[in-house]
Design a protein around this ligand. Sequence first.
Ligand SMILES: C[S@@+](CC[C@H](N)C(=O)[O-])C[C@H]1O[C@@H](n2cnc3c(N)ncnc32)[C@H](O)[C@@H]1O
Length: 231
Amino acid sequence: MFSDYINYKSHGNIIKSVSEKMIADTSGEFNPYLNIFYELRLHEFDFHRIISGELTNLVGRDHLVNVYGWSLLDDQPIRYIKKFVGDSTVVEVGAGRGYNARLLKNNGVNIDCFDILDEHDDHWYHITLETFYPIMKGDHNIVLTHKVDEVNKVLMLSWPPYNSSFAYDTLTNAINTASYSKLIFIGEDAGGCCANDEFFDLLENECELVDDLSIPQYNCIHDRLFLYNIK
Ligand SMILES: C[S@@+](CC[C@H](N)C(=O)[O-])C[C@H]1O[C@@H](n2cnc3c(N)ncnc32)[C@H](O)[C@@H]1O
């Protein structure tokens, strides 16, 4: 089971084959990353051996967040997001490999994804540019131009980088276009490891919390799903 979905040496191939299986899934229920996550908890020793030979749980997480994604969604959050979004378009910026976007799309959510992923970037995160969902190139300014005439769009940010103005800039732009009415934020709350203080101030002043839901969490990680209306 693990070897089908985790291979430290060739994760480009793994992403490609898992992605093909997800695209073919018509039930919306195929969520292999979640299965790995739960199996990891049941068989921690095997997991460690496969990932690193010797290292710790955190190494396992470090690997998986970069192959699959930083947050895990199971049935309940997916249902909440679907209800929250309705027929609107979700625009996810900083989408990484687009694993959750594929899951949401398979569950009937319209979603367009952007990231600054760049084949010339030699950061280890970008060892392969294979993705689970089409990721277009774009940064925080993409919300100023993408489907700008379409109203009531939903901005999605999942684990925006810590101590960076990226999330703040993206949300500021979304608010300024007035074509976004909602925000999905997945990550750690103020004081955690996502975004910067200005982002959380903006949330408090310009957004209204609709729901705050638990999602499957790695040990010592405190991410949640936050659904906001933009005022
Ligand atoms: C911690 S990862 C989270 C990835 C993904 N959202 C997830 O939950 O798996 C942060 C992502 O933000 C992207 N990113 C960072 N700065 C960005 C920017 N200015 N514009 C667009 N994407 C950016 C990175 O390339 C990376 O994919």
